[in-house]
Structures are given as structure tokens and as C-alpha cells.
Design a binder for this molecule. Structure first.
Ligand code: ADP
Ligand code: ZN
Ligand code: ZN
Length: 807
């Protein structure tokens, strides 16, 4: 019997980034398995950990005992534990962080830290504030005490023995149970005999219910029964007393889609293009081969049907499928396409679900009750054990990269999992990332192309309007003459319009028109965003809020006002110039309530509005036949952010939003308004020319030594003391220059584009490299070497391998 468990404990530090051995208490031997969470003693507290191994002997003397297991079945299978180790190695995060990220948030038990006063003598030594607190209660939450004294004081007093500090695991994922009435036998004949043996006949109501059970020999809740027989509760209980039925509690999944009706769909006969694209995918499924496909299909070319039919093949083989979709295109429309085909075999994971709902969906996967999961980034960790295909739609989307620890990209995880399961990965996009397209060109990925739209519908014609000329000709409105004319035309024809405001890297800030002052956050050095509803200025990094100044704090002028165009402002303007138009506005403000995103889209789909106005969240996934005009109000704002991907992002956005027009019978038109009409991103988006864009952008990347020619590593060094940050950053840069190959380039240290966040100064060091075996060891040494400093002085060093945000 294996009596010892190796445990990765939940203490994210370098010293604890390895398994610790514990005895398994007698009563849990044979029960505690690899992949389960356990509570263990660590130092003088109780914390959570993951069992990563079982063994008979340990080299360590005086092992402590596991307190108790937290799970009945392992939450991580062996494959996912391997993925965790892979994540930890590739993103340089601690193992515990890698394991945690793979679990649904409800399972990430939160700790509550408690302080217990040792005795009354200790009470006498406390300052008055605390004395009052502890007078009533000996045990208090750390965070309640921390309000009154400094953290270091608490630590000091705890060391002196006044307090004991304990950690408690709080579990949030509770399962909802529902009461069912079930026949006491699972044999129909026996069920009839039992009734015949009763001394008295059943009442009329009881008889009706009994007949329902005869016809539908399955568990019923009271409300299910009451749909067939009114007031069923009392007679159901009577049948229990007579021994015909029994009560049982089953887990009820809080499936938000369960009570909705899905139009059942069948596989469509594929077009020639689709057939060509799907054949190699089906072959790899058949032959259980690992392969990465890049499906480059223009908007409306029918990529989703290809996904669906590949999944069908996988399900027929008894295997499972993971489909990743960017959070913002995970619309009910999208989900319905999968649920319509595969019904209840589909689980959905997206951020709109409550913690409990996410947990329920995850458990359906764990219990093998579903075969397909459709979800955003983290669905890549779905605990399937027999994966037959992994699909990543809109593979170019940045949201597949996690910005927090562990800083992983879902594409890398998909490929690693496909190697274990010997299955294909399909990356789909109308505008693939440069990285992926370059890999396909080199033959690392297999390129599949679909360059025609369905139903012979043509890609929309795109017209570029130079807004500088509009200004010269005296048009100061946000709509160019061309766009305005076409909007009037569509309103007359009762066709629909989509207006997009490109707000990436752009905000409505407050500026003084006399001296040019822009009001900035005192903590973060970025301009504050104006919120009209509350007439407040807000920092989007740290949450700082202040009222709008009436006069300029710099020059005293009263020409200080909000600048830039928000969706609200466009809506107001539309109300003035096209008062007859019905407008639906979609942005973070109107879609923050649960289900509102969905409702707005449904309304628009049902023709309850003429114009859908929104931020880039409307650029994707919409497929409504009546949209014949798309207007982009400001193509430029995303071109000017300091990021080497800004051209790529602009091209992708313009192409995506153009793809919303004329997807069905009616032809579509697109108007792009811009102050930089000559930019190649804008020009090539006009021609829907991805290949030309790819060639041009590759030249730029080669010149600038950016991906996909070089790999990047971004190191952020943050601290309150600017001098100290700079010193550490400089030391890190020098260290790297000494360690890395001469072909690798170490840039910086430089102040980050956002110099200060939450009162901490930010410096960065950027590494560009092609092949350098010294990279990982050097970075690990940095974490190691600077570790003690971090603890002492509140310094943070974060490392992002292949960063997607350089801010
Ligand atoms: P994409 O995902 O490439 O943008 P979609 O999958 O949304 O394209 O397909 C565009 C439209 O064409 C959808 O309305 C879809 O139902 C339809 N469609 C896809 N494949 C076929 C087919 N083989 N026959 C008929 N219609 C199809
Ligand atoms: Zn001023
Ligand atoms: Zn701020």
C-alpha cells in the first residue's frame, strides 16, 4: 500500500515549487489519489495542495500527515497534470498556479485568514482599537483586523506570540440537488403487481399519476408531473407511502440553455471548397494522427459547417471535441449552431455564467455526460480523456493569450494536448495571425483555403472616405456625406445598418482646448476616461475616480471638456440627424447585465431596430441577412497605439466588420472613415486582400525584427521607488546580455508605455531572440536571484514569454 503522497502545496514561491511528502492517514489510504486536492499542514497552518504522486517510501524523516482530502474523485487527470508541468516550464510560472488555472473558478477554494488571540494577557498589550475588537471575540478575520493596524504590526505581534494566524479553506462550489419521485422497482411488470397487491384501490389522482409512470417509466419532479396532472404533490407522497414510489435526490445542473428550444439541424451537403478542406481533417481523425491545420476561409465561407461535420465524425468514433471561440463571439447565435447539431451533448463555458453554472458545465464534462465543449480560452483545459479534435475559431484573436499568470496561449496548449491524444487541431480564421500563416507557409501547419463565400454572395464593396476632406468641405459631423447618404437610403429601403466605433486604445478623455492639457490619473500616467452618466472621470487601470473639472487646472481656461467620440455621443448625434431611425447601442455599458448582450442581438435580428451601433464587440459572428451597410466611423484609432501588431489588428478588425455586410441574398456595402486613407492596413482591407497584407506586413516585421521572425520575452519590473526599479532593471538587462547568445537582443531597460500603475513605477526589458538555449535558464536565474529582494521590498518582476500586450 502506498502510504505517502507527494503534494504541490498552495504557496506560490520558488522554495515550494516542488512536491512535499506527507503520510496518508490510515483511514484515507487507498482513497487519496493522484490529481486530488488535499488539506495539509504547512508550517503552522493548514493549506490546500494537489497530490501529484503516491509512493511507499520517502527520504524525508518526520513526515506530517495529510489532514483530509478535498475531493472524492480527482479534479485533474494525469494528462492535465502533465499539461500543468508543461505550462509551468513554458510560461515560467509556479506549478500551483498552473494547476489552479485548469480548474473552474468555483473549485479554486478561497482562503480566509484568521487571527486568534492567545489569551487575555495578550489583550492587555493591544492598542485601544484592537482591544475593542478582540474584547467581543477571540477569533477574527485578518482582513477585518488589518483595517486598524499595519500588516507588519500583525506579523510582528504574531511572531511575539500574541496571535495565532490560521488559514481556512472556503469551498464555494455547491451542487444543487432536486427531489425526484421514482418507481420503487425498475421492472414494469413488478410495478403493476405491486399495485394489484394493494389492499385499497388508488384514488383517481393517484391512479392518473400511476398511469403517467407506466407510460414514462422515469423519475419525475413535482413540477414535471404537474405539467401532466394538476396538484400532484400530495398524491405523489401518498404513492410513496403505499410503496409504489420513492423519493430520490439527484444533482440538478443549472444549465442556462437547457430550457430553451433548439432548432435541430442536419449536416448540409458540403460545397466543393468545404469538401476539399474537410477531407484531410477527416483523414487525420480516421488515422488518429496529430496534425495542425490552418483553415483560412473568408468571412461567410462556411467554416463552421466544416467544424460541425468534423466533430460529427469524432463523436461517431466515441471521442470528444473542444471548440474555442473568442469570448465576444460566444453569442447565443454561435452556441445554437452547436447545440442545434449536437443537442445536449454540448457543454458551454463562458464568462457570462455564474460560478455555479460554470462548475455545473465542467462537471458534465468530467462525468462524460457531454461530448463537445464550446467555450472561451480556459475551455482548452476541459477534462476530457479521449479528445478527437480541437478547434480554435478566429485563431488570430488576442484573447486566446492570458495576460495574467500563467501567461499561456490556448493555441500552444491545444497543440500539446493534440500530441497526447493523436488528434488534429484546426485553427480557423479569415485573417490568420502572421505567426500562424507563416508556419503554414513553412509547412509546419497544413494550410486549407476557402476563398469564396456561400450562396454565391460576394464580398461587400468597400469605400474609403478621407475625413480630412470632409473637414475641409465644412462637414464637422461624425458622419461623412457618403455614409450619411447611404444610411438614409437603407432606412428608406428598410434594410439594416451596422455602425462600428473603433475604440481600441482610444478613449473619451477630457482636454483643455486652450492649453492642450489632458487630465491624467495621478497614479497611472494615463488619461482618465470620461463617463457621461455620472459626469465622472475614471482610471481604467486603478479605478481612481474624480469629478470633471470646470476650469483647466493648468491655465484656468473654462474651455475644458470631454473629447473624442463615444458610442453614447454617436447615439445622440443619430437622434438629431436621423430622428426616425431606431438604434440599438452595444458597448460595455449596455451589455454588462447578464443576458443583455443576447437580448440586444435578438432584437436586432428580429428587425426591432434599423441601426446596430457598437464597439468592436459587434465586429464578429453576427450573421443577419438584412444587414447591407456597414460603417466604420474611425478606422485610425487602433493604428496609433504603440504596439508592433497595431497594423495587423486594424486590418483584422476592418476585415471582420466588413464581413458582416451582405452575407446572404442582398449585396453589402462598407464605408470606412479614416484620417489616414493611404495606410496599407486600410487599403488592403478595402480589397479583402489578406495575402498582400501578409506579404507587406512580413516585410515590416522582418525590418523591425519582430515575430514571426523573432521570439519576444517581456520582463516588467515594478516598484514604488523609481530609482530602485531602474537599478534592478538595469541589473537584469546586464545579466541577460552576459548570459544570452550574441544573436539575441536585449532592449532596455526602458520606462513602460504606461509608466505608473497603482503608484508603482514600471520599467521593462525586452528580449528578441531566434534560437537561444540560454533563454530559459537565464530567466529562471532571474526569478531565483531576485527572489529575496522581491519579498523584502515589494518588488515585482513578471516575465511574459511571447507577449501580446507591450504596454
Ligand atoms: P464563416 O464561419 O466562414 O464566416 P459560416 O459558417 O457562418 O461562415 O457560413 C455562412 C453561411 O453559409 C451560414 O449561414 C451557413 O449556414 C451557410 N452554409 C455553410 N455551409 C453551407 C452549405 N454547405 N450549404 C449551404 N449553406 C451553407
Ligand atoms: Zn488649459
Ligand atoms: Zn490609475
Amino acid at each position: 500500500m502506498k502510504k505517502i503522497a507527494s503534494v504541490i502545496v498552495d504557496v506560490p514561491t520558488l522554495q515550494t515549487n516542488k512536491p512535499f511528502d506527507y503520510y496518508i492517514p490510515e483511514e484515507f489510504i487507498g482513497h487519496i489519489e493522484i490529481g486530488m486536492r488535499v488539506v495539509v499542514p504547512f508550517g503552522n497552518r493548514h493549506i490546500q495542495g494537489f497530490v501529484v504522486g503516491l509512493k511507499e517510501r520517502s527520504d524525508i524523516k518526520n513526515l506530517k500527515e495529510i489532514i483530509e482530502p478535498m475531493d472524492v474523485i480527482p479534479v485533474l487527470n494525469k494528462e492535465l497534470l502533465h499539461i500543468g508541468d508543461y505550462l509551468s516550464e513554458k510560461t515560467l510560472c509556479f506549478k500551483i498556479a498552473a494547476y489552479q488555472v485548469m480548474l473552474p473558478p468555483a473549485l479554486k477554494a478561497k482562503y480566509e485568514k484568521y487571527i486568534t488571540l492567545i489569551d487575555d494577557h495578550a489583550l492587555e498589550q493591544l492598542p485601544t482599537d484592537l482591544k475593542k475588537l478582540f474584547d467581543k471575540q477571540k477569533r477574527l478575520k485578518w482582513k477585518d483586523v488589518e483595517k486598524f493596524v499595519s500588516t507588519s504590526y500583525l506579523y510582528r505581534k504574531a511572531k511575539e506570540g500574541l496571535f495565532e494566524v490560521t488559514y481556512e479553506v472556503k469551498n464555494q462550489g455547491n451542487k444543487k440537488k432536486v427531489l425526484y419521485y421514482v418507481p420503487t422497482t425498475n421492472d414494469v411488470e413488478h410495478f403493476q403487481n405491486k399495485k394489484n397487491q394493494l389492499s385499497k384501490p388508488l384514488s383517481q389522482k393517484q391512479e392518473e399519476i400511476y398511469q403517467v409512470f407506466l407510460r414514462h417509466f422515469q423519475p419525475h419532479t413535482v413540477s414535471q408531473m404537474e405539467r401532466k396532472v394538476a396538484n400532484a404533490r400530495a398524491p405523489l407522497n401518498a404513492l410513496v407511502n403505499k410503496g409504489l414510489l420513492k423519493k430520490e435526490e439527484y444533482e440538478q445542473y443549472r444549465d442556462p440553455y437547457v430550457n430553451r428550444y433548439f432548432q435541430k439541424t442536419k449536416a448540409l451537403p458540403l460545397t466543393e471548397d468545404q469538401q476539399k478542406a474537410i477531407t484531410p481533417i477527416l483523414n487525420t481523425i480516421e488515422e488518429k494522427q496529430q496534425e495542425v491545420f490552418l483553415l483560412h476561409g473568408v468571412t461567410g465561407s462556411g467554416k463552421t459547417e466544416v467544424y460541425l461535420q468534423a466533430i460529427e465524425k469524432v463523436i461517431n468514433q466515441g471521442k470528444e471535441a473542444i471548440v474555442l471561440v473568442p469570448e465576444i463571439s460566444l453569442t447565443p447565435q454561435m452556441v445554437n449552431r452547436f447545440k442545434g447539431r449536437f443537442g445536449n451533448l454540448v457543454a458551454v463555458l463562458h464568462s457570462g455564467l455564474s460560478l455555479g453554472e460554470k462548475y455545473d458545465e465542467w462537471r458534465k464534462i468530467q462525468r462524460k455526460e457531454v461530448k463537445v465543449v464550446v467555450g472561451a480560452r480556459s475551455a482548452i483545459f476541459a477534462p476530457f480523456e479521449n479528445i478527437g479534435i480541437i478547434i480554435i475559431d478566429e485563431e488570430h484573436e488576442n484573447s486566446y493569450k492570458q495576460e495574467d499568470i500563467p501567461r499561456y496561449h490556448a493555441r500552444d496548449i491545444a497543440i500539446e494536448r493534440s500530441k497526447i491524444h493523436h488528434c488534429p487541431v484546426v485553427l480557423g480564421s479569415a485573417t490568420p495571425s502572421l505567426e500562424s500563416f507563416a508556419r503554414a507557409k513553412k509547412g509546419v501547419y497544413k494550410l486549407l483555403t476557402m476563398d469564396k463565400r456561400m450562396n454565391q454572395s460576394r464580398l461587400p464593396t468597400v469605400e474609403i472616405v478621407d475625413m480630412r476632406n470632409e473637414l475641409k468641405s465644412g462637414n464637422r459631423s461624425m458622419f461623412s456625406a457618403q455614409l450619411f447618404e447611404k444610411m438614409q437610403d437603407r432606412l428608406a429601403k428598410k434594410e439594416q445598418i451596422v455602425l462600428m466605433l473603433n475604440r481600441r486604445g482610444y478613449s473619451s478623455f477630457v482636454m483643455c482646448r486652450d492649453c492642450g492639457l489632458v487630465v491624467k490619473c495621478p497614479n497611472c500616467e494615463i488619461s482618465l476616461t470620461y463617463h457621461k452618466v455620472t459626469d465622472q472621470l475614471k482610471c481604467h487601470y486603478c479605478g481612481f475616480e474624480t469629478g470633471t473639472p470646470k476650469v483647466c487646472p493648468e491655465c484656468g481656461s473654462n474651455h475644458i471638456r470631454f473629447f473624442g467620440t463615444g458610442t453614447q455621443k454617436v447615439e445622440e448625434e443619430l437622434g438629431k440627424v436621423l430622428p426616425e431611425a431606431r438604434v440599438i447601442r452595444m458597448d460595455v455599458d449596455t451589455t454588462s447585465r447578464k443576458g443583455s448582450h443576447e437580448k440586444l442581438l435578438t432584437d436586432f435580428g428580429q428587425g426591432k431596430a434599423d441601426i446596430l451601433l457598437g464597439t468592436q464587440m459587434i465586429a464578429k459572428g453576427l450573421d443577419f441577412p438584412n444587414i447591407t451597410l456597414v460603417g466604420v466611423l474611425s478606422a485610425d484609432s487602433s493604428l496609433h497605439i504603440p504596439d508592433f501588431r497595431s497594423s495587423e489588428k486594424t486590418f483584422q478588425l476592418l476585415t471582420q466588420v466588413s464581413g458582416r455586410a451582405g452575407r446572404h441574398q442582398l449585396p453589402g456595402e462598407v464605408i470606412i472613415q479614416t484620417y489616414t486613407p493611404e495606410h496599407y492596413s486600410v487599403q488592403l482591407a478595402k480589397n479583402h486582400d489578406y495575402l498582400q497584407f501578409y506579404r507587406h506586413e512580413m516585410l515590416m516585421r522582418k525590418q523591425g525584427q519582430y515575430p514571426p521572425f523573432y521570439y519576444l520575452v517581456l520582463i516588467h519590473i515594478n516598484h514604488e521607488d523609481v530609482q530602485y526599479v531602474y537599478t534592478v532593471a538595469e541589473k537584469i538587462a546586464q545579466f541577460l546580455r552576459a548570459q544570452l547568445l550574441p544573436s539575441s537582443k536585449v532592449l532596455g531597460p526602458a520606462a513602460s508605455p504606461i509608466v505608473k500603475i497603482k503608484n508603482k513605477y514600471r520599467y521593462q526589458v525586452l528580449i528578441k531572440y531566434k534560437h537561444d538555449p540560454n533563454i530559459t535558464p537565464a530567466l529562471k536565474k532571474i526569478i531565483h536571484h531576485f527572489y529575496q529582494d522581491q519579498l523584502k521590498k515589494g518588488l515585482t518582476i513578471s516575465i511574459d514569454m511571447n507577449p501580446y500586450s507591450l504596454m
